[in-house]
Write a protein that binds this ligand. Structure first.
Ligand code: LP5
Ligand code: MN
Length: 245
């Protein structure tokens, strides 16, 4: 049986072709997996679990649930866009929310999982924003506001974020070596699997004398009118990438 990893699907009502790729994946290739890890940014944004009846959210939850009922354990780790996803959605989708980071085993080989944004420590403005919105008290207060108001606030933040990103150097928005080293050291120098940066690659690192691999997941996107996803598959003792259409 296989173990699958995906992230950065950024599903939203405006990109139905991407949702269709995800539906085909869940009904097809995912059925070969005993575990599926969704490492954040499943949704373009998540305003709170009182939005579970939104047609896209309801569809996604029901399709994930069908996979879970077919025998695959599905795990979700929050991304920077959907960290407000909570137990209501998890219940509807029959998935388990994992803390970040989480150390897992791929057969006998350890791997540490995270979304990836926590490793981008050179992005000082983003880390300040992250500290604020990941604070439980801040979240509780935010969630007291009506859903429509939250969506308006999020629209404002997304605009500000796009402006800010256009002025940042590309290197600032990648992972920081010291942060990667610290995470690997804290977890006993395993493999690292993460998304977020949209820079799919396999890096081999020598960390304090240990050779570690860092696998970066691909984002899902529409290109030249075609929707394309990707899953990282653990099978037969190795990882490989499988394109999804
Ligand atoms: O997501 P991505 O890869 O495009 O960009 C991220 C960082 N940006 C974000 C913001 C999200 O994209 C959009 C918000 C998602 C919804 C969250 C749900 C609920 C939260 C409610 C919030 C009030 O995460 C971006 C990084 C980039 O990754 C690369 O790592 O650079 O960070 C920024 O651009 C942040 C800015 O530098 C600073 C913050 C700007 C926001 C200011 C808030 C002002 C409030 C305005 C209200 C109208
Ligand atoms: Mn992200």
């Amino acid at each position: 049986m296989q173990i699958h990893f995906i992230s950065d699907l950024h599903l939203c009502a405006d990109r139905p072709a991407l949702t269709a790729v995800f539906e085909r994946y869940l009904a097809g290739p995912a059925r070969a997996a005993k575990r599926l890890y969704i490492l954040g940014d499943l949704f373009e944004y998540w305003a709170g679990d009182d939005d579970v009846d939104d047609p896209l959210a309801a569809l996604v939850a029901s399709r994930i649930k069908a996979l879970a009922e077919a025998g695959c354990n599905v795990f979700f780790m929050p991304g920077n866009r959907d960290f407000l996803l909570g137990t209501d959605f998890a219940g509807r989708a029959s998935l388990e929310i994992l803390p970040e980071p989480t150390l897992i085993m791929l057969d006998e080989q350890p791997a540490v999982l995270c979304h990836g944004d926590s490793l981008c420590t050179d992005d000082i403005a983003y880390q300040a924003f992250r500290n604020q919105v990941r604070n439980p008290a801040w979240q509780a207060q935010f969630l007291t506001q009506p859903l429509a108001v939250r969506k308006q606030i999020i629209a404002g933040v997304r605009m500000k974020s796009e402006e800010a990103k256009s002025e940042k150097a590309a290197a600032i928005m990648d992972v920081n070596t010291t942060a990667v080293t610290a995470l690997l050291r804290e977890n006993g120098f395993p493999r690292l699997i993460h998304g977020h940066t949209h820079r799919p690659a396999e890096h081999s690192l020598n960390v304090e004398g240990h050779v570690c691999e860092r696998w970066v997941l691909a984002d899902w996107r529409e290109e030249n009118g075609e929707a394309k996803g990707e899953v990282l598959v653990w099978a037969d003792g190795k990882l490989s990438r499988q394109p999804l259409y």
